[in-house]
Design a protein around this ligand. Structure first.
Ligand code: PRP
Ligand code: URA
Length: 209
């Protein structure tokens, strides 16, 4: 299935706190990072394992399961994606980071690219794109386009809150991509904001409201 809605109680509780009017920058930041960790746990569930033989604590050979050396690049979409970085990297601290900068034009809602720095050998890596919000889908689709143009073959998106419009557009453009989110919200309002949503996630994370 290409859309995964994570209904874990901790995810849903933290999401409820994030939605509250008047939440402080500190709390918003902390919660975005924490939900990022929990969603990453789910998004990495199917990483391949391999059996290895190691010396156990009392000296005999034992068989253990370890990650199959599948390389990962985390791809935060600037700015708001940076808010999830610490939480995501807590689980996969060795992952390399590819940064993509996109600013949604608030009138046309079209994504305007302004930065791209991808890691090497991206064709051998799983890309984990992170962004708190998936609204029209423009920013995520443009990011996936960039990653595929660079040769990336496996892409997952970790999103806090998604709108049906954005999920549909993304999966139409890129049916092979898997989306992990804490919530599929109701709809977009006339300004392209997710309802009920979180408001402007970038402004809340960076305190620029
Ligand atoms: C927000 C959000 C996503 C994008 C979602 O970023 O973090 O990147 O909008 O909207 P879309 O699905 O309609 O493209 P924004 O462009 O506001 O930039 P910011 O992160 O710098 O605040
Ligand atoms: N970007 C946000 O930060 N929030 C939305 O609801 C839509 C786009």
């Amino acid at each position: 299935m290409a859309l995964h809605i994570i209904d874990h109680p901790l995810v849903q509780h933290k999401l409820a706190l994030l939605r509250e009017q008047g939440i402080s920058t500190k709390s918003f930041r902390e919660l975005v990072s924490e939900v990022g960790t929990l969603l990453t746990y789910e998004a990495t569930k199917s990483l391949p394992l391999e059996t290895q033989t190691i010396k156990g604590w009392e000296g005999s050979d034992i068989q253990v399961s370890k990650l199959q050396g599948k390389k990962i690049t985390v791809v935060p979409i600037l700015r708001a994606g940076l808010g999830m970085m610490d939480g995501v990297m807590e689980l996969i601290p060795a992952a390399k980071v590819s940064v993509v900068g996109l600013q949604r034009n608030e009138q046309t809602l079209e994504p305007v690219p302004y930065f791209e720095k991808l890691v090497g050998k991206i064709d051998e890596r799983l890309s984990l794109v992170i962004d708190p919000m998936l609204a029209t889908g423009g920013s995520l689709i443009a990011t996936i386009d960039m990653l595929k143009e660079a040769g990336c073959k496996q892409i997952k998106a970790v999103i806090l809150v998604a709108a049906p419009e954005g999920v549909e557009a993304t999966l139409n453009a890129h049916p092979d991509v898997e989306i992990y989110t804490a919530s599929l919200d109701s709809h977009l309002n006339e300004h392209g904001y997710i309802v009920p949503g979180l408001g402007d996630a970038g402004d809340k994370i960076f305190g620029t409201v």
